[in-house]
Design a protein around this ligand. Structure first.
Ligand SMILES: Cc1cc2nc3c(=O)[nH]c(=O)nc-3n(C[C@H](O)[C@H](O)[C@H](O)COP(=O)(O)OP(=O)(O)OC[C@H]3O[C@@H](n4cnc5c(N)ncnc54)[C@H](O)[C@@H]3O)c2cc1C
Length: 474
């Protein structure tokens, strides 16, 4: 892996005589050193192709982000490896990265809604419970699922793309109301949602997520395998090991700003004026990070429209190091579910094996990062709120790290979802190349979600390039 200083030395050898502009040439240029780009690069290397991965930041991993310099190495991004993550499990095994089973769920949520703290058991009898009849007994965190179609009408992982399920490609909130959800329950159901309103998401997209989750649980149970795993030492170990295996092919500090493409090849220009010529390119960056890149010629419709309009979740991660288990001090459930701006909190094992982290995931309209504070201000605000509503946290938590995904121009949000109508409008159009440009990244996967989606997409792009008849070198 080359950082900028080392890269300048390497690129000098490729510079055109005496010209200040630095130029380089490769078979395949890959943009983005997240799991998608790294997986594409590793697979293409096995076919004998020369690859270069251009990464804008100084860090490998993108939305996998373990902060090894903070107490207990907190995870600000992806940490949870699902049972169906065959590619992640495979790469972890081959690169000798240790995985551990996620500890059994430790109790449910502790709630704080309408200014009142309570547990799921107390909820049915509370005067702030807006529901009637047997619905009063459904815990706030379980309400949304209660009104989703049961059983899930999608019979398999690819079904979301089939026209027979297009009827579900409509606003999620409205679908829940039609399924009998009382209007009064909608604000509760919106807690933890990554968009400002439930209607911003297609109900079909939610069914897709549900199908993936349910299949993972049943597959794990059938195989006697853990439903969830995590990486000893932190999730970033996987992308770091992948990048290391690519040796000098990953160039850090190379923010791509322009791409020209045609039958003769692809030329990629970075902010620092490096030009990389290639026979094909894999664009493995999230859509919000793709939007400012200038394409010559412009990308065709409806691709350009999909890049402009497919929405991303909004969220800030605040991770607190648990110096003493506050839930043992007060005997209440460890996880949080609130209508406060901090929204939800999950107690996770520390990747370094010494205790726990409390991961506050403030999402959607509540997203704390959107209020404009610095990371330190956001961290202190969250800590203050936790002290106020749950006194047992006083002296037992310290802020370990903060990351706002929405404001980060290299991410632009958490992950892609589909607005109502967009499954029908766009299908999975990113699975097809636009000439010599191939798309990868979690937002382009067909069957998987999360990190495994990124791996699936990198594999698909690499296979398409490897099997293409056009010359690789531009
Ligand atoms: C808070 C959070 C929690 C999550 N938890 C989980 C979880 O527990 N389990 C799970 O499976 N998934 C989880 N995910 C999702 C998972 O992180 C992503 O699906 C996956 O990491 C995406 O990988 P990617 O390669 O598609 O994109 P990214 O990881 O975003 O990689 C894209 C790369 O492109 C780079 N880049 C952007 N613009 C440019 C440019 N112009 N030039 C050059 N480089 C550029 C970025 O810096 C980045 O390194 C979570 C995501 C978030 C945000």
């Amino acid at each position: 892996m080359l950082d900028r200083r080392a890269f300048l030395g390497a690129a000098a050898g490729l510079a055109l005589g005496g010209c200040a502009r630095r130029e380089a040439r490769t078979d395949v240029a890959i943009i983005g050193a997240g799991l998608a780009g790294l997986n594409a690069a590793r697979l293409l290397r096995t076919t004998g192709a020369q690859v270069v991965v251009l990464e804008a930041s100084r860090r490998i991993g993108g939305r996998v982000d373990t902060r090894t310099d903070a107490p207990g190495s907190p995870e600000l991004g992806a940490a949870d490896i699902g049972a169906l993550y065959a590619r992640i499990l495979d790469v972890a095994g081959s690169l000798k990265v240790d995985l551990l089973p996620w500890p059994e769920e430790q109790g449910g949520y502790w709630y704080h809604v309408a200014g009142r703290p309570f547990t799921a058991e107390q909820w049915p009898g509370l005067d702030i419970n807006p529901l009637v009849g047997e619905l009063r007994g459904v815990a706030p965190a379980a309400l949304l699922q209660r009104f989703m179609p049961r059983p899930n009408p999608l019979p398999d992982l690819a079904a979301w793309l089939r026209p027979e399920f297009a009827g579900y490609d409509r606003p999620l909130g409205r679908s829940l109301l039609e399924a009998g959800a009382p209007e009064a329950a909608l604000p509760l159901m919106t807690i933890g949602h990554q968009a400002a309103s439930l209607d911003a998401e297609s109900a079909l997209w939610r069914l897709r997520s549900g199908r993936i989750g349910a299949l993972a649980v049943s597959a794990a149970m059938a195989a006697g395998e853990p439903v969830r795993r995590y990486v000893r030492g932190g999730m970033s170990r996987i992308p770091m090991a992948m990048a290391k295996s690519l040796q000098d092919a990953v160039w850090l500090g190379q923010r791509v700003v322009a791409i020209s493409h045609g039958s003769g090849g692809v030329t990629i220009r970075c902010e620092n004026d490096l030009r990389l010529h290639a026979g094909a390119a894999v664009l493995a960056v999230p859509l919000p990070a793709l939007r400012p890149i200038a394409f010559d010629p412009p990308l065709p419709e409806p691709l350009a429209e999909a890049i402009r309009s497919i929405p991303y979740g909004e969220a800030t991660s605040v991770v607190l190091h648990v110096t003493e288990p506050y839930w043992e001090a007060d005997g209440l459930p460890p996880h949080f579910w609130t209508d406060l701006p901090l929204q939800r909190g999950f107690v996770n094992p520390s990747p370094t094996g010494d205790g726990h982290h409390l991961w506050i995931f403030s999402t959607g309209a509540a997203d704390l990062g959107q209020r404009g504070g610095t990371d330190a201000e956001i961290g202190n605000y969250v800590l203050g709120e936790l002290h106020r509503v749950r006194p047992s946290t006083v002296g037992r938590l310290t802020v370990a790290a903060v990351r706002n995904f929405t404001r980060d121009p290299l991410a632009g949000g958490t992950y892609a979802f589909r607005a109502p109508g967009q499954v029908g409008q766009f299908g999975n159009l990113f699975s097809r190349p636009a000439g010599r440009l191939h798309f990868a990244g979690e937002h382009t996967a067909e069957l998987a979600s999360g990190m495994e989606a990124a791996m699936e997409s990198g594999e698909r792009a690499a296979l398409a390039i490897a099997s293409s008849t056009s010359p690789r070198t531009g």
